[in-house]
Each structure stands twice: as C-alpha cells, then as structure tokens.
Ligand binder design. Structure first.
Ligand code: PMP
Length: 371
C-alpha cells in the first residue's frame, strides 16, 4: 500500500500511541472535579497548554480544546460574529478556505452577516489592494487560512495583518490546520488560530482554537464550569495530552522533515512533467507537502479509482469535499474547468520514500499510455 494522502489525515505516530498508553495508566480523573485527583488532572492540562503556547510562540493566546479544526473554525467564526455583531456585520474571507469555513460563513450570511470573498493574484495569494478596497468600518472579522489544503499555497499573513491594522475592531482568524508542523511563522499575527491533531500524527477527535486572551467569544457549546468558559464539557484529558505530544514532535523535526519532503516533491514534479498533458497546479508558494496536478481530460475520480485499485491512495479535492465533481479551489486559481475537474492532490510525509513516488509515476505513465 502506498499512502500519499497525508493532508487528509496522518497515521498516529508510535510516540503519540505510547505516551497515550502511559497517560491512561497515570490519570483518569475529571479535571472539573475539585478533589485532589481532579486538581491533578487539571494541572496536567495546564502543563500541556503551557507547552503548546511555548512551542507555537503564542503566549498571549488562550487555548480552548475542541474536537478538531471543523469545530475550531465554527467556534471562531460564529463566536466572533455573534459576540461583536453590535460593532458591524461584515466578514471577509478568501476563495481558498476549507469547507468548514465556507459552510459556516454561508450559515452566518443567512443570519444577516455580509460576506465578501477577497480576490487572489495569479499565484493564489490574497490581493492586498482588493483586500484594502473591501475593508469598511463594519468589518469585524477576517478569516484567511495560512496554508490551503488542496494546493498548499501559503498566504502572506504579515501583509494581511498590516493591511487591517488601521481597523482596530477587526479580528483576524486563520485556519492553520494545514500549516502547523509544516510552516514556521510568527503565528501570533492571527488573533484566532484553528488546528487539528490528526494532520500532525495525532489522534482524530482533538484540536484547538487559540484565541487572544483580551476578548471574549460567544460559545458554540454551552456547558458548566470547565477548562474553558467558551466551550462546555468534560475536557478529554488524554486527547489533550496527546495533542501536546503531537505538536512538540512536529516542531522537533520540522527542518529535517521539510528537507526530505522538498526533495520528494522535486522528484515527483520532475516525473510528472515528463507525462504529456500533465499540468502542475501547486506553485512556488506551496508547501512541499502538497503537490496538486491535473492530467487534463482525465476526470479526477477516475484516476483516483485507478490508483486506488493499484493500492496507491491520493485525493481529488480535500477529503471533506470529495463528493464535489470539481475542485473549486483549483478553479479559483486557474479558471480552467478541465484542470479543476481533473485535479489530484498528492500529499507527502517524512514517511514517504522515493520508491513510492516511482510507483506513482509508473502507474501514471501506464495509464497515460493505455488511453
Ligand atoms: N481546515 C483545513 C484546512 C483542513 O484541511 C481540515 C481537514 N480536512 C479541516 C479544517 C477540518 O479539520 P478536522 O478534520 O479536524 O475537523
């Protein structure tokens, strides 16, 4: 089996599994309990939280644990929109956002919020002049992801932050689900940050919203006293611990991993360029972990099925919108329907070998020749 879909999800690392097993042997109490065991469990969350803030360089952000980035995105967008609706009703986003942002913003638009989608330049980066033209005194929230999940394009958060500085009422959210453990940056540029463990070799079902300490958020999940006043429920202590381990591991080896992944990406791109009719959709601004290409005139799901029958696993769009007949993100970048309907995302890992890339290229060449 050759797994090349690491941006959809990653296998859980041996280290995360081992530390989870150890954790369960030591701690099981409810951190909301006020007896000694509960207080110790709460202390464990505090320690993990300090580590996460330290590794990510986000000491001015509070960490609210969620079930994953979908919930974090819901919490960020609904939480700020409802909290600050007396200040304005205008929200700006980009055409490259994940489905969980798009659908939440569609919901908010039905609740009376005005949503604008900023344009992007030919490299898929937010057009700063267009952003300037959209800003008004009514703008309360901007949501722009750091790394897009299909093309891997990295946005210039510094330039975006600088552009909105003149509007102190604007809160800046960035979905960093595909960026954490891949791109080093001053993450504190964003007031709110969404992330998820299962993209960084952690468990599914745990993520976080980091949010600056100086403003409240209307909760999406109401409940009693808990770790966060913004999200009710008994905190999943072991999952929180495992998220901390996954985040630390991701940064410990980031440079070495990125170097290997970049070499794999270059190797794959070279192989793809030899195939007639193959167009690479990712570009110089993309993280090396994602290489999106189109074998034009071959529907993406047909090629994906063929690869899958041969035990090679890639994505068409992002996993959460894989029922769509075309990639809206590739279309937004290329304005080419053929490319959008035939786009394939290969996502790479430090676990990927050159031999696996060879197999993918061989299969694509065979497919192309047999047509
Ligand atoms: N945002 C982005 C950019 C993603 O890639 C994903 C996962 N496909 C999500 C949000 C949703 O994450 P989760 O599966 O943790 O809800």
């Amino acid at each position: 089996m050759i797994y090349l879909d690491y941006s959809a999800t990653t296998p859980v690392s041996d280290h995360v599994i081992a530390s989870d097993r150890d954790f369960h042997k030591q701690s099981f109490a409810n951190p909301n309990s006020i007896h000694r065991l509960g207080i110790e469990a709460l202390k464990g969350i505090e320690e993990t939280t300090l580590e996460i803030q330290e590794v990510l360089g986000c000491k001015n952000h509070e960490v609210t644990y969620t079930s994953g980035a979908t919930e974090s995105n819901n919490m960020a967008l609904k939480g700020i929109a409802f909290q600050n609706k007396s200040l304005g009703n205008h929200i700006i986003t980009s055409p490259f956002e994940h489905g969980s942002i798009v659908t939440t913003l569609n919901y908010l638009s039905k609740q009376g919020f005005e949503i604008d989608v900023v344009g992007v330049d030919e490299d898929g980066r937010v057009d700063i002049e267009d952003l300037k033209s959209l800003l008004t005194d009514q703008t309360i929230l901007i949501s722009i992801g750091l790394v897009n999940s299909e093309l891997g394009i990295v946005q210039d958060l510094e330039a975006i932050k600088k552009t909105i500085e003149a509007y102190p009422q604007i809160i800046f959210h960035s979905d960093m689900t595909q960026a954490i453990g891949k791109v080093k940056l001053n993450y504190e540029l964003a007031d709110l940050i969404s992330l998820s463990a299962h993209k960084i070799y952690g468990f599914k079902g745990i993520g976080a919203l980091l949010h600056r300490k100086d403003f409240p958020i209307t909760p999406v999940i109401h409940g009693g006293k808990s770790w966060s006043v913004f999200r009710g429920g008994t905190p999943p202590t072991s999952l929180i611990h495992s998220l901390g381990v996954a985040i630390k591991d991701a940064y410990e080896n980031l440079d070495d991993h990125c170097k290997h992944i970049k070499e794999l990406n270059d190797y794959l791109a070279k192989g793809l360029r030899k195939i007639n009719g193959c167009m690479i959709n990712s570009n110089a601004y993309s993280v090396p972990h994602i290489l999106n290409f189109s074998l034009v005139k071959t529907k993406a799901n047909i090629l994906q099925d063929y690869l899958s029958e041969n035990d090679v696993f890639v994505s068409t769009t992002s996993a959460c919108s894989s029922d769509q007949p075309m990639s809206r993100v590739v279309y937004a970048l290329t304005e080419d329907m053929d490319r959008a309907q035939s786009s394939i995302r290969v996502s790479l890992s430090h676990l990927t070998s050159f031999k696996e890339i060879d197999r993918l290229i061989d299969l694509l060449e065979d497919y192309h020749e047999s047509r």
